[in-house]
Design a protein around this ligand. Structure first.
Ligand code: UDX
Length: 413
């Protein structure tokens, strides 16, 4: 079986190198010529742990092109579906890709939608679009559940594989394709598969916002939220994962998917109040750190060291990072903001041009009036705060190993 992947972003690239690792020949299509030449030279166009090694190892099986010129029978659509102003997703990249593939794909081929689309999109919009050009081409939905930074591992070791189809032939073919991974496979309808992706992300985000609400109350009551959720997570029906309270969730998936689910449901005449609450809690959570800071200092004119702007550790991605609203608020209140992040400085510079960028933790905290730790980078575990002007340290993620000699508070602890 040969595979074609449209879109050389982190989902498409992960899909491509992992299928190549499984022994399949893979063609990658992307409109960006620079990305294409990089891939053909054996260099990955985006950073993802372990991806470079897999590309080099399987380069013989991977070919990239910027034209819709392919002969494969199974084509994965992995282009982006960014948020629009109203929360709904921008479908135009998916529509373009599906149309271009439909014009070219052989009869009996399968177009597999990996891009996250609102439930019903494939059945109601993409399938009719494909059938306008090709009566004998099938469409399937195969959502991804990849975490950034762990995408390669997640692809090759999935908890489950969801295959949404409307015919047995496609289901059998896609099942066979994934067989080497020896993972549980659930066959569903097209729309069920789309909804599984949204429901999974919404439930994970719900666990975080729930933990933050419990954490906020724990803080008021003087109870250790981490010990509480440890106890809660020991119930096998709940599981210990995604129960860490802090400044909330960021990244390219959770906020986007929840907004799309909420906006889409509202359009259908059903307002999902739980989803609305999850987002609202997440929006408010970062600003709690400012409230805590205010207890200790008048923010105006003070130098505040902010450690971490990546939305989680081990990535340079700052999309929807909870540090962004914190920095905006500090600036609005007239603080001098000093930022340090081990990987995400270049991306931060694209958003903030009037804050101080530091080369390391020491530079950021020297003579600072307060320090906010907002991403749980390993190197923030042990910090020498002795050179701060006043040693006020507030954590948005629980990471510090030693809190001796500082005035310390956590956002929920
Ligand atoms: C997520 C999903 O995990 C993945 O299945 C989906 O396909 C894409 O979205 P990712 O965005 O890479 O993956 O990040 P993830 O590791 O899940 O973390 C998301 C955010 O939640 C981060 O900002 C993280 O700091 C936060 N988080 C996570 C918490 O605040 N508490 C937790 O307990 C767990």
């Amino acid at each position: 079986m040969n595979i074609c992947v449209v879109g050389a972003g982190y989902v498409g690239m992960t899909t491509a190198v992992c299928f190549a690792e499984m022994g399949y020949k893979v063609r990658i299509i992307d409109i960006d010529e620079k990305k294409i030449s990089k891939i053909n030279e054996g260099k990955i166009p985006i950073y993802e742990e372990g991806m470079q090694e897999l590309l080099e190892k399987n380069i013989e099986r991977i070919k990239a092109t910027n034209e819709y010129d392919f002969s494969e029978d199974i084509v994965f659509i992995c282009v982006g579906t960014p948020s629009k102003e109203d929360g709904k997703i921008e479908l135009k990249y998916v529509l373009d890709a599906v149309e271009n593939v439909s014009l070219k794909i052989r009869d009996k081929g399968i177009i597999v939608i990996k891009s996250t689309v609102f439930p019903g999109t494939t059945e109601k919009i993409l399938k009719p679009l494909i059938q306008k050009y090709r009566k004998n081409v099938s469409v399937a939905v195969n959502p991804e559940f990849l975490r950034e930074g762990k995408a390669i591992y997640d692809f090759l070791n999935p908890d489950r594989i969801i295959i949404g189809t409307d015919n047995k032939r496609s289901a059998d073919l896609l099942k066979k394709l994934y067989e080497p991974l020896k993972a549980p496979i659930l066959l569903t309808t097209l729309s069920e598969a789309e909804m599984i992706k949204y429901a999974s992300n919404a439930l994970l985000a719900a666990k975080i916002s729930f933990s933050n609400e419990i954490g906020n109350l724990c803080k008021i009551l003087g109870i250790d939220a981490y010990n509480v959720m440890k106890g809660v997570g020991m119930d096998h029906r709940i599981s210990p994962h995604f129960l860490n309270s802090g400044i909330g969730f960021g990244g390219s998936c959770f906020p986007k998917d929840l907004k799309a689910l909420y906006a889409g449901s509202k359009e259908m005449g059903y307002e999902m109040n739980l989803i609305k609450a999850i987002l609202k809690i997440n929006d408010k959570q970062p600003l709690r750190i400012i409230k805590i800071l205010e207890k200790y200092i008048e923010i105006e004119g003070k130098t505040i060291a902010v450690l971490g702007i990546a939305f989680k550790p081990n990535t340079d991605d700052i999309r929807e990072s909870r540090s962004i609203p914190v920095i905006h608020e500090l600036k609005r209140r007239g603080a001098i903001v000093r930022l340090y992040d081990p990987m995400a400085m270049e991306n931060a510079k694209k958003i903030f041009d009037d804050i101080e960028y530091c080369d390391n933790v020491d530079e950021a905290i020297e003579n600072a009036d307060a320090c906010l730790i907002l991403t749980e980078w390993k190197e923030f575990e042990k910090i020498d705060f002795s050179k701060m002007r006043s040693k006020i340290v507030i954590e948005g993620r629980r990471i510090l190993k030693n809190r001796e000699g500082i005035i310390y508070e956590g956002i929920c602890w």
